[in-house]
Write a protein that binds this ligand. Structure first.
Ligand code: GLU
Length: 388
C-alpha cells in the first residue's frame, strides 16, 4: 500500500455526515448540522436544462476541460463579479471544487515541497497535500483576534521550501471573509516570496451577509499570475450532488492539472455541464437562498448566544456557525459527543479544523429554518441541564 495514505486521516465531514445518517435510521429526530450542504433544491431551470440535454442524447464523452459555453460563462462571472481576468482557455470544469483543489495541489507540489494552510482550515487541504507528497505547514490564526491574517504568522510559516499558500474565504469553518487590509498583507507576502503560488478557494463567495464584500486575490494584478482561483456551483446554487466546480489558473498550472485530469477523469458529463450553464441565469434564486441563510444565521446564533458559556461571532459569510464554549472545562470532542447524546444534534468538533486552543464546534445552518430553531433550542436545553 502507498505509505502516504498512512498519514492521511479520513474526511471528518464525511465521517460525521455518515454517522448522523446512521443515527437517523434508528432515531429520525436526530438533527444533522454536520455537513455543509444546502437544504434547497437545485433551481428548476438548471435541472430542466440537464434533463433536456440528457433526452437529446448528450450522453457521450465531451473531450476537453469543459464545454465552451460553460467555460465562457465562468470567465464572464469571474471578470464581472470578482474582478478576475482569466481567458476561458485557462478555466477547467471539475467534479466539485474539491477535485479542482486536488488537481492544483498535485500539479504544483514536488516531494517535500511545503504548502501553508491557515488554521482553522477545512478538513481536506492537509490530506490532499500529503497525497501529493507535500508537507503541510499549519499557520495558526488566533481566535482572540478573530482569526485575522497577519504578516508575522505568514512569515513564521514560510521557508525556502514553500511552494503554495492555501486560503479559503468566505471561510469554512469560521465564516470570516477576506478584507482589503488582509488582502494587502497577502499581496505583499506573495511579492516578497515569488516562488509561492496562492490557491484561493472561494466556493462560498456568493453567500455573504450584511452587504459585505469578499476580496478575490486573483483580482490583484501584481500577483494575479500566481493566484489559482477555485470555485463551484455546489454552495451558491445548491448543486452539491452534481459535483460541479472549476479552477482558473495560469497556463503552467492549468496544463499540469489538465494532464492529471485527462488521465483520471477523461472529461465531465456533458448534460450536467449543460445544466450548470443555466446557473448564470439564476441570480434571483441565488439571492433568495442567500437572504434565507442570513435570516437563519441571525436566528440560530441569537439562540446560541443566549446560552451562558456559549459565544458565537456572527459569521460574515458561508453557512457555518463557529461556536466557542466555556463549559466546565469540556473539550471540543466532549461537547460534540454530549450534544449528540443529549440534544440529538450532530455538529463538528473544532479540532477537526485544527483549532486546539479553545473548545469550539462548527454547525451548518444550511438546514430548514424550523429544524435549525429546534436544534438550537435542544442545544440550549442540554447545556442548561449541565448546571442542574
Ligand atoms: N465542504 C462541506 C463541509 O465542510 C462538505 C463536505 C466536505 O466536502 O468536506 O462540510
Amino acid at each position: 500500500m502507498n505509505h502516504r495514505l498512512d498519514q492521511m486521516k479520513p474526511s471528518a465531514s464525511l465521517v460525521f455526515m455518515t454517522r448522523a445518517k446512521e443515527m437517523q435510521k434508528t432515531d429520525p429526530s436526530v438533527i444533522s448540522l454536520a455537513g455543509g450542504e444546502p437544504d434547497f433544491a437545485t433551481p428548476d431551470r438548471i435541472s430542466m436544462a440537464a434533463i433536456r440535454s440528457l433526452s437529446e442524447g448528450y450522453t457521450h464523452y465531451v473531450v476537453g476541460p469543459g464545454i465552451p459555453e460553460l467555460r465562457a460563462g465562468i470567465a464572464k462571472k469571474l471578470r464581472e463579479e470578482n474582478g478576475i481576468i482569466c481567458d476561458e482557455d485557462r478555466i477547467m470544469v471539475t467534479p466539485g471544487g474539491k477535485n479542482a483543489i486536488y488537481l492544483v495541489i498535485h500539479a504544483i507540489l514536488n516531494d517535500g515541497d511545503e504548502a501553508i494552510i491557515l488554521n482553522p482550515a477545512w478538513v481536506s487541504y492537509e490530506p490532499i497535500i500529503l497525497a501529493a507528497g507535500g508537507v503541510p505547514v499549519h499557520a495558526k490564526l488566533d481566535y482572540k483576534t478573530d482569526y485575522r491574517i497577519t504578516e508575522e504568522v505568514l512569515e513564521k510559516a514560510v521557508s525556502d521550501k514553500t511552494r503554495l499558500l492555501i486560503i479559503n474565504y468566505p471561510n469554512n469553518p469560521t465564516g470570516r471573509i477576506l478584507h482589503e487590509d488582509e488582502a494587502d498583507i497577502l499581496e505583499k507576502f506573495l511579492l516578497r516570496h515569488p516562488q509561492v503560488y496562492l490557491l484561493s478557494d472561494e466556493v462560498y463567495e456568493r453567500i455573504i451577509y450584511d452587504g459585505n464584500r469578499n476580496v478575490s486575490m486573483g483580482a490583484r494584478a501584481s500577483v494575479a499570475e500566481r493566484v489559482i482561483t477555485v470555485n463551484g456551483f455546489s454552495k451558491s446554487v445548491a448543486m452539491t450532488g452534481w459535483r460541479m466546480g472549476y479552477l482558473a489558473a495560469n497556463k503552467e498550472v492549468f496544463q499540469g492539472a489538465y494532464k492529471l485530469y485527462q488521465h483520471s477523469l477523461s472529461c465531465m458529463s456533458g448534460f450536467m455541464q449543460k445544466g450548470a450553464v443555466e446557473a448564470f441565469n439564476c441570480q434571483r434564486e441565488i439571492e433568495d437562498m442567500r437572504s434565507i441563510y442570513e435570516m437563519r444565521r441571525n436566528m440560530f446564533t441569537g439562540i446560541l448566544n443566549s446560552i451562558p458559556g456559549v459565544r458565537c461571532t456572527l459569521p460574515e459569510g458561508a453557512f457555518y456557525a463557529w461556536v466557542y464554549y466555556d463549559i466546565k472545562g469540556m473539550s471540543s470532542a466532549e461537547i460534540c459527543e454530549y450534544l449528540l447524546e443529549n440534544a440529538g444534534v450532530v455538529g463538528m468538533p473544532g479540532t477537526a479544523y485544527g483549532e486546539e486552543s479553545v473548545a469550539c464546534m462548527r454547525f451548518s445552518f444550511a438546514n430548514a429554518t424550523e429544524e435549525l430553531e429546534d436544534a438550537a433550542n435542544r442545544i440550549k436545553k442540554a447545556i442548561l441541564a449541565l448546571d442542574k
